[in-house]
Design a protein around this ligand. Structure first.
Ligand SMILES: Cc1ncc(COP(=O)(O)O)c(C=O)c1O
Length: 438
């Protein structure tokens, strides 16, 4: 079965009505915030994201910031110079006026060539690639395009927080299928069992934030099979595609799976690929039909983003000058350092195969939950990290916890995309101070 058309998702009366559940506030702004656990129920106001709150706590307590996932080294200088030249030299770069809605042709072609080189997928740059304002906009536009009001959207949790916010804004319900340590590979049987008549989308993320799991070809095949059988659209967030840290693992794009073309779109990010997170250039690839439908939303979110940055990213994708391999090698060294440091501090980290993060299991070290542990870590130890419960569907986890403690509430996310000196300082503090305060 191919993706359902919008009229296939009939809004149940209950979903359209304001609900008495305080965790599902009826106003769109409050729903959007609550969907990402940033609605302050007591005050009725919106909190900054968990990443911003953690960075603020790090500054307030002079803590080493291993919370927010931004690299503390700038991306390649030659690429930044290319952007500067693009902005200032009309003989080289594009005009500084609006870029086309689908993005600069040179960048769409570079994304197409990059996909062909790495994944063997052949895309038409004129209709199957759309440049977006960061992956964030591609995620928002995809979810708003296909998550009908009253439908359910499935994802694995923990998950990137914008999924919950956008699903809630669309009037849909995000349903999480938990990933379990220490491997955090997805349980595809559980995913299929969670599909209901109301399900409209699968939100996948490989390589996965925050577990670092690189989904296997077999897992992606299963996902495509589920989507085709049940008429679902897959949004596959692949922003960490260039950050696989294990030689024996390889990123597989959802689009390389046979049968994916009718049901799936894949999303990339120049910010993640080139350590230039502030540039906010992303892309979305898929069949002309799906890209066209998502364009219906995207072109009224930002329309288009900075042409100079788009042009520079195209240069980087055409020839990365060895940056991708170098960056992955230095991230792997940072991951190894933090992994052994967390062990020495009495925590049980996973060995993330990709991305920027390690998840540490705190259950052997303390009875505290992840939120209390992170507060203590920032205030008493001087290290900031992210409680994984902020990346799950909290009210449903509360219900689960009533029966048995939710293991996802005993995990803490540490970013290793930081200078080795910052990691060493963080490790020293945890090894020397944690035993005294726990
Ligand atoms: C899984 C995931 N998707 C999307 C994004 C956002 O990407 P961008 O900065 O390109 O909007 C992030 C950023 O942390 C992420 O971790």
């Amino acid at each position: 079965m191919l993706p359902k058309s919008p009229q296939d998702h009939v809004t149940p009366a209950s979903a359209a009505q304001p609900t008495a559940d305080p965790l599902s506030p009826p106003s769109p702004w409050a729903r959007s915030a609550a969907g990402a656990n940033t609605f302050d129920h007591a005050a009725g106001t919106v909190l900054p994201t968990i990443y911003e709150r953690t960075t603020a706590a790090a500054i307030a307590h002079e803590a080493v910031n291993l919370g927010q996932g931004f690299p503390d080294r700038e991306g390649p200088e030659w690429l930044r110079q290319a952007a500067a030249q693009a902005l200032t030299d009309p003989a080289v770069g594009p005009s500084n006026q609006y870029a086309p809605g689908l993005g600069l042709p040179v960048l769409r072609e570079a994304v197409t060539e990059d996909h062909l080189r790495r994944t063997g997928i052949s895309l038409d740059p004129s209709s199957e690639v759309m440049i977006t304002t960061g992956a964030t906009e591609a995620i928002a536009a995809s979810i708003l395009a296909f998550a009908s009001p009253g439908s359910q959207v499935l994802t694995f949790e923990p998950h990137y927080d914008s999924y919950g916010s956008m699903a809630a804004l669309a009037g849909a319900e995000l349903v999480g299928v938990p990933l379990s340590g220490p491997e955090f590979h997805p349980d595809m049987d559980a995913l299929e069992a969670a599909v209901t008549e109301r399900t409209s989308m699968l939100l996948l993320n490989t390589p996965h934030n925050p577990t670092g799991t690189v989904f296997t070809e077999q897992e992606l095949r299963r996902a495509v099979g589920i989507a085709r059988r049940h008429g679902l659209v897959i949004m596959c967030d692949e922003v960490y595609e260039q950050l696989v840290l294990e030689a024996d693992q390889q990123h597989r794009s959802i689009l390389s799976i046979s049968g994916a073309a009718e049901v799936a779109v894949a999303i990339g990010s120049a910010g993640k690929s080139f350590s230039l997170t502030g540039w906010k250039i992303g892309w979305l690839c898929g069949s002309a039909e799906l890209v066209n439908r998502i364009r219906g939303v995207k072109q009224f979110l930002t329309f288009s983003s900075g042409p100079g940055f788009q042009w520079a990213v195209a240069q980087g994708l055409q020839d990365d000058r060895g940056f991708f391999a170098e960056n992955a090698a230095s991230l792997a060294a940072a991951r190894d350092l933090l992994h052994s440091g967390l062990h020495s501090a009495g925590l049980r980290p996973n060995r993330a195969a990709s991305g920027y993060f390690l998840l540490a299991d705190i259950s052997e070290a303390t009875d505290l939950d992840d939120v209390a542990f992170c507060r203590l870590l920032a205030e008493e130890v001087g290290v900031a990290a992210i409680p994984v419960s902020s990346l799950i569907i909290q009210h449903r986890s509360d219900q689960r916890s009533a029966d048995a403690p939710d293991p996802l509430r005993r995990l803490v996310r540490f970013a290793f995309c930081k200078r080795l000196s910052s990691l060493e300082e963080g490790i020293d503090r945890m090894v020397s101070r944690l035993p005294k305060v726990l």
